[in-house]
Design a binder for this molecule. Structure first.
Ligand SMILES: Nc1nc2c(ncn2[C@@H]2O[C@H](COP(=O)(O)OP(=O)(O)OP(=O)(O)O)[C@@H](O)[C@H]2O)c(=O)[nH]1
Ligand SMILES: [Mg+2]
Length: 368
């Protein structure tokens, strides 16, 4: 069991928006979830709700936040390694939620993911990408870090905020929708593991599935009514979050969550529609939840699509280096190769970590 939680999976938010999102997951679950918030900004910990707060970079940043500086956020994690060790002690897996674009969400997430990989703990990261209107600096900050986050994580989701809120113009409504959609996806996923039904995906199974799954996309649908399985499949297949043709789907993880009225034929409908749409050759894993209290009369489906076949590296899960096969895969994709420096002291000069590529430190846009 982990250092602060009885749950084998540690759920963590990183940065200001990441901390807000993980609290929203807890609310979506009706409370009672053990979660942790990592931030360099002390105000994230002053919310008085459940959850544990870890202030990163205490002496270096004095709780003021990283002010958009990825380098100081990365160093803040190095300052706080003992707290990270304590949080993840005994954890079998970690789920991180973060909004890229600022300093802490981008920089601290990368270092936490590298620490997890080095310690053989598989990780899934849900990361939002900034709104287009936030400007070039934040966009470049986020785009510059995605390849490194993808390399360090076992499975990663990069979700453009513009796609999460398409059609909403009001700022407050848009942010609420964005947090709500992310929280509802993560909470469905959490229930799948927490309360596995007749077809089980428990924490150990999930650990096997996501290990080295690579970049993914996800969508959720919640439907009521007679034809709810078909409608859920239609809704998912029309979701802009799934309709991104940037990579080929190699594996599918699907959760079907309902009350006691869940029918076998409904599971069959959802499974066959997804498999037909994304190719019968995909590795396919499905789990169910039967929870009458939460889902009475409704059918929820969460689907995750991955670019790597989920079974391809399963034998490596028990090994000590969770990130190694990711690095091998990243090499074939032509992405950055900094994982081999993961165990070295950073090369710091004039307050800048020279191990971080210049284009990231200087916010220069390279299309990765
Ligand atoms: N979904 C959602 N996203 C937000 C919200 N506020 C900010 N963001 C997004 O999150 C990105 C990162 O902002 P923050 O989380 O405040 O930044 P941070 O990670 O704390 O970084 P520093 O404050 O620079 O240390 C922004 O660029 C926005 O795209 C919010 O309330 N909801
Ligand atoms: Mg902040």
């Amino acid at each position: 069991m982990s250092g602060f939680s009885q749950h084998p999976i540690v759920l963590a938010g990183v940065g200001g928006a990441g901390s807000r999102a993980v609290r929203a997951v807890n609310r979506a679950m009706g409370g009672g979830v053990d979660f942790v918030m990592f931030d360099t900004d002390a105000s994230s910990g002053a919310c008085g709700e459940e959850g544990r707060f870890v202030l990163l970079g205490g002496d270096r940043l004095s709780g003021r936040g990283a002010g958009g500086d990825i380098v100081s956020a990365r160093m803040a994690v190095e300052d706080s390694v003992s707290a990270i060790e304590e949080v993840f002690a005994g954890a079998r897996m970690a789920v991180l939620i973060v909004s890229l674009g600022g300093g802490t969400g981008s920089g601290a997430t990368l270092e936490i993911l590298r620490w997890l990989a080095k310690n053989g703990i598989p990780s899934i990261v849900f990361a939002t990408m900034p709104f287009a209107f936030e400007g070039d600096a934040r966009q470049q900050n986020a785009r510059g870090i995605t390849a490194m986050i993808e390399e360090a994580a076992s499975a990663s989701f990069f979700i453009p905020l513009d796609k999460l809120v398409s059609g909403i113009d009001n700022m407050k409504d848009a942010l609420e929708r964005a947090v709500g959609t992310l929280a509802s996806a993560v909470s469905l996923f959490w229930r799948l593991v927490e309360k596995p039904g007749y077809i089980k995906i428990d924490a150990e199974r999930l650990r096997q599935i996501v290990f080295s799954s690579g970049r993914g996309r996800f969508a959720v649908a919640r439907v009521r009514g007679d034809d709810r399985a078909s409608v859920a499949a239609d809704t998912l297949l029309a979701d802009p979050l799934l309709a991104d043709g940037t990579f080929g789907v190699r594996s599918i993880l699907c959760g079907v969550l309902a009350g006691d009225d869940l029918r076998l034929s409904e599971i069959g409908t959802v499974a066959s529609r997804l498999r037909t749409a994304f190719g019968e050759k995909c590795a396919f894993d499905l789990g169910t939840v039967n929870d009458e209290e939460t889902f009475s009369g409704s059918l929820s489906v969460v689907v995750m699509l991955f670019e790597s076949p989920s079974g391809a590296t399963r034998g490596e899960v028990s090994g000590a280096s969770g990130g190694s096969s990711r690095r091998k895969r990243a090499k074939t994709h032509g992405t950055l190769q900094n994982g081999r420096f993961g165990n070295s002291e950073p090369t710091v000069w004039n307050g800048e970590n020279l191990d971080i590529p210049t284009y990231v430190r200087k916010n220069i846009n390279i299309d990765v």
